[in-house]
Design a protein around this ligand. Structure first.
Ligand code: NAP
Length: 310
Protein backbone atom coordinates (compact mmCIF):
# COMPACT_ATOMS: atom_id res chain seq x y z
CA UNK A 1 0.00 0.00 0.00
CA UNK A 2 1.43 3.38 -1.06
CA UNK A 3 1.94 5.74 1.91
CA UNK A 4 1.43 9.48 1.63
CA UNK A 5 4.77 10.38 3.26
CA UNK A 6 8.35 9.07 3.10
CA UNK A 7 8.84 10.08 6.70
CA UNK A 8 8.43 7.40 9.40
CA UNK A 9 8.96 7.36 13.17
CA UNK A 10 10.55 4.53 15.13
CA UNK A 11 9.91 4.69 18.88
CA UNK A 12 13.08 3.08 20.20
CA UNK A 13 14.73 3.55 16.81
CA UNK A 14 18.26 3.69 18.26
CA UNK A 15 17.66 0.72 20.59
CA UNK A 16 18.49 -2.94 20.14
CA UNK A 17 15.77 -4.22 17.75
CA UNK A 18 14.67 -0.71 16.79
CA UNK A 19 18.07 0.05 15.24
CA UNK A 20 17.60 -2.87 12.83
CA UNK A 21 14.20 -1.46 11.84
CA UNK A 22 15.73 2.02 11.44
CA UNK A 23 18.57 0.69 9.30
CA UNK A 24 16.16 -1.25 7.11
CA UNK A 25 14.01 1.89 6.60
CA UNK A 26 17.04 4.11 5.85
CA UNK A 27 18.21 1.54 3.29
CA UNK A 28 14.81 1.94 1.59
CA UNK A 29 15.45 5.67 1.32
CA UNK A 30 12.92 6.73 3.97
CA UNK A 31 13.43 9.62 6.37
CA UNK A 32 13.43 8.37 9.96
CA UNK A 33 12.76 10.08 13.26
CA UNK A 34 13.98 7.94 16.18
CA UNK A 35 12.30 8.49 19.54
CA UNK A 36 14.50 7.49 22.45
CA UNK A 37 14.82 7.68 26.22
CA UNK A 38 18.49 8.74 25.72
CA UNK A 39 18.54 11.43 23.01
CA UNK A 40 22.17 12.43 23.60
CA UNK A 41 23.69 8.94 23.67
CA UNK A 42 26.27 8.54 20.87
CA UNK A 43 24.86 5.57 18.95
CA UNK A 44 25.87 4.45 15.43
CA UNK A 45 22.74 5.48 13.52
CA UNK A 46 22.08 8.79 15.23
CA UNK A 47 23.74 10.91 12.53
CA UNK A 48 21.46 9.41 9.87
CA UNK A 49 18.15 10.11 11.64
CA UNK A 50 16.31 12.90 13.42
CA UNK A 51 16.52 12.13 17.14
CA UNK A 52 13.78 13.19 19.56
CA UNK A 53 13.05 12.34 23.20
CA UNK A 54 10.02 10.25 24.09
CA UNK A 55 8.49 13.31 25.84
CA UNK A 56 5.57 11.31 27.25
CA UNK A 57 4.96 14.17 29.69
CA UNK A 58 4.81 16.75 26.88
CA UNK A 59 2.17 15.57 24.36
CA UNK A 60 2.56 18.70 22.22
CA UNK A 61 6.29 17.97 21.72
CA UNK A 62 5.53 14.32 21.07
CA UNK A 63 2.87 15.22 18.48
CA UNK A 64 5.38 17.55 16.81
CA UNK A 65 7.91 14.69 16.47
CA UNK A 66 5.22 12.53 14.85
CA UNK A 67 3.66 15.13 12.57
CA UNK A 68 4.07 14.54 8.86
CA UNK A 69 5.05 10.88 9.26
CA UNK A 70 3.00 8.05 7.76
CA UNK A 71 4.03 5.07 9.92
CA UNK A 72 4.93 4.70 13.59
CA UNK A 73 6.96 1.65 14.65
CA UNK A 74 6.86 1.08 18.40
CA UNK A 75 9.47 -0.98 20.25
CA UNK A 76 9.14 0.91 23.56
CA UNK A 77 8.74 -1.30 26.64
CA UNK A 78 10.52 -1.96 29.94
CA UNK A 79 12.01 -5.21 31.29
CA UNK A 80 10.98 -4.85 34.93
CA UNK A 81 9.68 -2.43 37.56
CA UNK A 82 12.44 -0.44 39.24
CA UNK A 83 12.43 3.04 40.82
CA UNK A 84 10.27 5.36 38.73
CA UNK A 85 10.12 2.86 35.86
CA UNK A 86 7.19 0.45 35.85
CA UNK A 87 5.08 -1.71 33.57
CA UNK A 88 2.04 0.38 34.57
CA UNK A 89 3.89 3.54 33.55
CA UNK A 90 5.01 1.97 30.25
CA UNK A 91 1.39 1.05 29.45
CA UNK A 92 0.26 4.64 30.09
CA UNK A 93 3.21 6.04 28.10
CA UNK A 94 2.36 3.82 25.14
CA UNK A 95 -1.28 4.98 25.28
CA UNK A 96 -0.02 8.60 25.21
CA UNK A 97 2.20 7.77 22.23
CA UNK A 98 -0.72 6.16 20.35
CA UNK A 99 -3.04 9.08 21.10
CA UNK A 100 -0.43 11.59 19.90
CA UNK A 101 0.17 9.45 16.79
CA UNK A 102 -3.50 9.56 15.85
CA UNK A 103 -3.71 13.30 16.49
CA UNK A 104 -0.55 13.88 14.43
CA UNK A 105 -2.00 12.07 11.41
CA UNK A 106 -0.02 8.80 11.52
CA UNK A 107 -1.63 6.33 9.08
CA UNK A 108 -0.44 3.00 10.49
CA UNK A 109 1.26 1.71 13.63
CA UNK A 110 3.50 -1.37 13.63
CA UNK A 111 3.83 -2.45 17.23
CA UNK A 112 6.39 -4.90 18.65
CA UNK A 113 4.87 -7.13 21.31
CA UNK A 114 5.98 -10.62 22.39
CA UNK A 115 4.82 -14.19 21.71
CA UNK A 116 2.02 -15.43 23.97
CA UNK A 117 0.93 -12.26 25.77
CA UNK A 118 -2.11 -12.73 27.96
CA UNK A 119 -4.31 -10.42 30.03
CA UNK A 120 -4.65 -13.33 32.50
CA UNK A 121 -0.92 -13.94 32.85
CA UNK A 122 0.61 -13.89 36.34
CA UNK A 123 3.70 -12.34 34.75
CA UNK A 124 3.46 -8.52 34.56
CA UNK A 125 5.58 -8.43 31.38
CA UNK A 126 3.18 -10.70 29.44
CA UNK A 127 0.07 -9.21 31.06
CA UNK A 128 1.28 -5.67 30.26
CA UNK A 129 2.04 -6.67 26.68
CA UNK A 130 -1.55 -7.93 26.27
CA UNK A 131 -2.92 -4.64 27.66
CA UNK A 132 -0.75 -2.62 25.29
CA UNK A 133 -1.89 -4.76 22.34
CA UNK A 134 -5.46 -3.96 23.35
CA UNK A 135 -4.59 -0.25 23.39
CA UNK A 136 -3.12 -0.56 19.89
CA UNK A 137 -6.26 -2.30 18.63
CA UNK A 138 -8.48 0.37 20.22
CA UNK A 139 -6.26 3.30 19.13
CA UNK A 140 -8.25 4.04 16.00
CA UNK A 141 -5.07 3.62 13.93
CA UNK A 142 -4.56 1.01 11.24
CA UNK A 143 -2.26 -1.52 12.96
CA UNK A 144 0.02 -4.54 12.72
CA UNK A 145 1.15 -6.24 15.91
CA UNK A 146 4.38 -8.25 15.63
CA UNK A 147 5.07 -10.79 18.36
CA UNK A 148 8.75 -11.82 18.46
CA UNK A 149 10.19 -14.78 20.33
CA UNK A 150 13.77 -14.36 21.63
CA UNK A 151 15.55 -11.87 19.33
CA UNK A 152 19.19 -12.60 18.46
CA UNK A 153 21.86 -10.22 17.15
CA UNK A 154 25.06 -8.73 18.51
CA UNK A 155 23.88 -6.15 21.03
CA UNK A 156 21.44 -8.48 22.75
CA UNK A 157 21.68 -8.69 26.54
CA UNK A 158 20.47 -12.20 27.49
CA UNK A 159 22.43 -14.29 24.96
CA UNK A 160 25.52 -12.11 25.35
CA UNK A 161 25.50 -12.49 29.11
CA UNK A 162 25.04 -16.27 28.91
CA UNK A 163 28.19 -16.25 26.72
CA UNK A 164 29.94 -13.93 29.19
CA UNK A 165 29.23 -16.34 32.09
CA UNK A 166 30.26 -19.38 30.04
CA UNK A 167 33.57 -17.67 29.24
CA UNK A 168 34.33 -16.70 32.84
CA UNK A 169 33.05 -19.37 35.22
CA UNK A 170 33.80 -23.11 35.48
CA UNK A 171 30.11 -23.92 36.05
CA UNK A 172 26.96 -22.59 34.40
CA UNK A 173 23.73 -23.13 36.36
CA UNK A 174 20.72 -23.90 34.18
CA UNK A 175 17.27 -23.06 35.51
CA UNK A 176 15.76 -26.49 36.20
CA UNK A 177 16.28 -29.28 33.68
CA UNK A 178 16.66 -26.90 30.72
CA UNK A 179 14.13 -28.89 28.68
CA UNK A 180 11.81 -25.94 28.02
CA UNK A 181 11.82 -24.51 24.50
CA UNK A 182 13.02 -21.36 22.77
CA UNK A 183 12.67 -20.42 19.10
CA UNK A 184 15.09 -17.56 18.47
CA UNK A 185 14.51 -15.10 15.63
CA UNK A 186 17.12 -12.75 14.20
CA UNK A 187 16.75 -8.98 14.66
CA UNK A 188 17.12 -8.56 10.88
CA UNK A 189 14.18 -10.90 10.32
CA UNK A 190 12.05 -9.06 12.91
CA UNK A 191 12.86 -5.78 11.13
CA UNK A 192 11.97 -7.30 7.75
CA UNK A 193 8.64 -8.65 9.09
CA UNK A 194 7.83 -5.30 10.72
CA UNK A 195 8.63 -3.23 7.63
CA UNK A 196 6.64 -5.58 5.39
CA UNK A 197 3.68 -5.34 7.79
CA UNK A 198 3.71 -1.55 7.42
CA UNK A 199 3.01 -1.68 3.70
CA UNK A 200 -0.11 -3.80 4.15
CA UNK A 201 -3.33 -2.02 5.02
CA UNK A 202 -5.01 -4.84 6.95
CA UNK A 203 -5.19 -5.29 10.70
CA UNK A 204 -2.65 -8.01 11.52
CA UNK A 205 -1.29 -9.89 14.53
CA UNK A 206 1.76 -11.97 13.57
CA UNK A 207 4.36 -13.99 15.42
CA UNK A 208 7.98 -13.35 14.45
CA UNK A 209 9.83 -16.59 15.14
CA UNK A 210 12.88 -18.27 13.67
CA UNK A 211 13.09 -21.58 11.79
CA UNK A 212 14.79 -23.54 14.63
CA UNK A 213 13.44 -24.53 18.03
CA UNK A 214 15.77 -25.73 20.80
CA UNK A 215 15.58 -26.75 24.39
CA UNK A 216 17.14 -24.02 26.51
CA UNK A 217 19.80 -26.53 27.48
CA UNK A 218 20.71 -27.04 23.79
CA UNK A 219 20.74 -23.28 23.22
CA UNK A 220 23.26 -22.87 26.07
CA UNK A 221 25.25 -25.78 24.60
CA UNK A 222 25.42 -24.04 21.20
CA UNK A 223 26.67 -20.81 22.82
CA UNK A 224 29.16 -22.81 24.92
CA UNK A 225 30.67 -24.42 21.78
CA UNK A 226 30.65 -21.14 19.85
CA UNK A 227 32.65 -19.29 22.52
CA UNK A 228 34.98 -22.25 23.20
CA UNK A 229 33.88 -22.58 26.82
CA UNK A 230 34.65 -25.64 28.94
CA UNK A 231 32.19 -24.73 31.70
CA UNK A 232 30.16 -27.59 33.14
CA UNK A 233 26.46 -26.93 32.53
CA UNK A 234 24.40 -28.16 35.48
CA UNK A 235 20.65 -28.20 35.92
CA UNK A 236 19.68 -26.88 39.35
CA UNK A 237 16.37 -25.76 40.86
CA UNK A 238 15.50 -22.27 39.55
CA UNK A 239 15.57 -20.76 43.04
CA UNK A 240 19.14 -22.05 43.45
CA UNK A 241 20.23 -20.81 39.98
CA UNK A 242 18.90 -17.36 40.86
CA UNK A 243 21.45 -17.08 43.71
CA UNK A 244 24.61 -16.84 41.54
CA UNK A 245 22.67 -14.60 39.13
CA UNK A 246 21.83 -12.27 42.05
CA UNK A 247 25.45 -12.33 43.28
CA UNK A 248 26.77 -11.42 39.83
CA UNK A 249 24.11 -8.69 39.68
CA UNK A 250 25.33 -7.30 43.04
CA UNK A 251 28.96 -7.33 41.93
CA UNK A 252 28.24 -5.65 38.58
CA UNK A 253 25.43 -3.33 39.76
CA UNK A 254 22.88 -4.90 37.45
CA UNK A 255 19.77 -7.11 37.38
CA UNK A 256 20.99 -10.18 35.47
CA UNK A 257 17.61 -11.90 35.23
CA UNK A 258 14.34 -11.71 37.15
CA UNK A 259 12.31 -14.56 38.65
CA UNK A 260 9.45 -13.63 36.29
CA UNK A 261 11.74 -13.84 33.25
CA UNK A 262 12.84 -17.31 34.33
CA UNK A 263 9.19 -18.36 34.74
CA UNK A 264 8.40 -17.01 31.25
CA UNK A 265 11.31 -18.95 29.81
CA UNK A 266 10.44 -22.17 31.65
CA UNK A 267 6.81 -22.09 30.53
CA UNK A 268 7.67 -22.05 26.81
CA UNK A 269 6.39 -18.51 26.21
CA UNK A 270 9.18 -17.70 23.74
CA UNK A 271 7.92 -20.23 21.19
CA UNK A 272 5.41 -19.68 18.38
CA UNK A 273 2.57 -21.94 17.27
CA UNK A 274 2.64 -20.37 13.77
CA UNK A 275 4.78 -21.32 10.77
CA UNK A 276 8.09 -19.45 11.22
CA UNK A 277 8.41 -16.15 9.34
CA UNK A 278 12.10 -15.65 10.21
CA UNK A 279 14.71 -17.30 7.98
CA UNK A 280 18.05 -16.83 9.75
CA UNK A 281 19.24 -19.90 11.66
CA UNK A 282 20.51 -19.38 15.18
CA UNK A 283 22.91 -22.33 14.77
CA UNK A 284 24.67 -20.60 11.86
CA UNK A 285 24.62 -17.16 13.46
CA UNK A 286 26.03 -18.31 16.81
CA UNK A 287 28.81 -20.34 15.13
CA UNK A 288 29.78 -17.30 13.02
CA UNK A 289 29.59 -14.78 15.90
CA UNK A 290 30.90 -16.76 18.87
CA UNK A 291 34.18 -14.83 18.82
CA UNK A 292 32.30 -11.59 19.60
CA UNK A 293 29.73 -12.93 22.07
CA UNK A 294 30.22 -12.41 25.78
CA UNK A 295 33.53 -10.51 25.53
CA UNK A 296 31.97 -7.83 27.72
CA UNK A 297 29.04 -7.95 30.12
CA UNK A 298 25.95 -6.08 28.83
CA UNK A 299 24.20 -4.20 31.64
CA UNK A 300 20.44 -3.59 31.54
CA UNK A 301 20.68 -0.94 34.26
CA UNK A 302 23.42 0.99 32.44
CA UNK A 303 21.54 0.79 29.16
CA UNK A 304 18.10 1.72 30.39
CA UNK A 305 17.96 2.86 34.00
CA UNK A 306 20.95 5.19 34.54
CA UNK A 307 20.40 8.70 33.25
CA UNK A 308 24.10 9.63 33.35
CA UNK A 309 24.78 7.24 30.46
CA UNK A 310 23.18 9.64 28.02
N1 NAP B 1 14.87 -8.50 23.00
C1 NAP B 1 14.11 -9.59 22.86
O1 NAP B 1 14.60 -10.75 22.80
C2 NAP B 1 12.62 -9.45 22.74
C3 NAP B 1 11.84 -10.62 22.64
C4 NAP B 1 10.46 -10.48 22.47
C5 NAP B 1 9.87 -9.24 22.41
N2 NAP B 1 10.66 -8.13 22.52
C6 NAP B 1 10.01 -6.83 22.44
O2 NAP B 1 10.55 -6.13 21.34
C7 NAP B 1 10.65 -4.73 21.64
C8 NAP B 1 12.09 -4.28 21.46
O3 NAP B 1 12.89 -5.01 22.40
P1 NAP B 1 14.41 -4.63 22.59
O4 NAP B 1 14.99 -5.68 23.45
O5 NAP B 1 15.02 -4.35 21.28
O6 NAP B 1 14.25 -3.30 23.43
P2 NAP B 1 15.22 -2.04 23.68
O7 NAP B 1 15.76 -1.52 22.42
O8 NAP B 1 16.17 -2.41 24.74
O9 NAP B 1 14.15 -0.99 24.27
C9 NAP B 1 13.09 -0.56 23.44
C10 NAP B 1 12.78 0.89 23.73
O10 NAP B 1 12.27 0.99 25.07
C11 NAP B 1 13.07 1.90 25.79
N3 NAP B 1 13.28 1.42 27.15
C12 NAP B 1 13.66 0.19 27.53
N4 NAP B 1 13.80 0.13 28.87
C13 NAP B 1 13.50 1.36 29.32
C14 NAP B 1 13.48 1.94 30.61
N5 NAP B 1 13.82 1.23 31.69
N6 NAP B 1 13.14 3.23 30.73
C15 NAP B 1 12.81 3.97 29.62
N7 NAP B 1 12.82 3.48 28.37
C16 NAP B 1 13.17 2.19 28.23
C17 NAP B 1 14.39 1.98 25.07
O11 NAP B 1 15.01 3.23 25.37
P3 NAP B 1 16.31 3.81 24.60
O12 NAP B 1 15.74 4.54 23.44
O13 NAP B 1 16.98 4.67 25.57
O14 NAP B 1 17.14 2.61 24.20
C18 NAP B 1 13.98 1.83 23.64
O15 NAP B 1 13.55 3.05 23.14
C19 NAP B 1 10.13 -4.57 23.07
O16 NAP B 1 8.80 -4.19 23.01
C20 NAP B 1 10.27 -5.96 23.66
O17 NAP B 1 9.32 -6.19 24.66
C21 NAP B 1 12.01 -8.21 22.69
Amino acid sequence: MERTSHHVVVAGGLGYTGSFITKRLLDEGLRVTALTAHPSRPLPLRDRVTVAPFAFDDPEALRESLRGASVLYTTYWVRFDRGDVSFAGAIENTKTLLRCAREAGIERVVHLSVTNPSADSKLPYYRGKALVEQAVIESGLSYAIIRPTLIFALGDILLNNIAWMLRRFPVFALFGDGKYLVQPVSAEDVAEIAVRAASDGRAAVLDAAGPETFTFSDLVGLIRSAVGSRAAVLGVPPTVALIPAALIGCLLGDVVVTRDEVTGLMTNLLVSGEPPRGRARFTEWVAANGQHLGRQYASELTRHFRQQSG
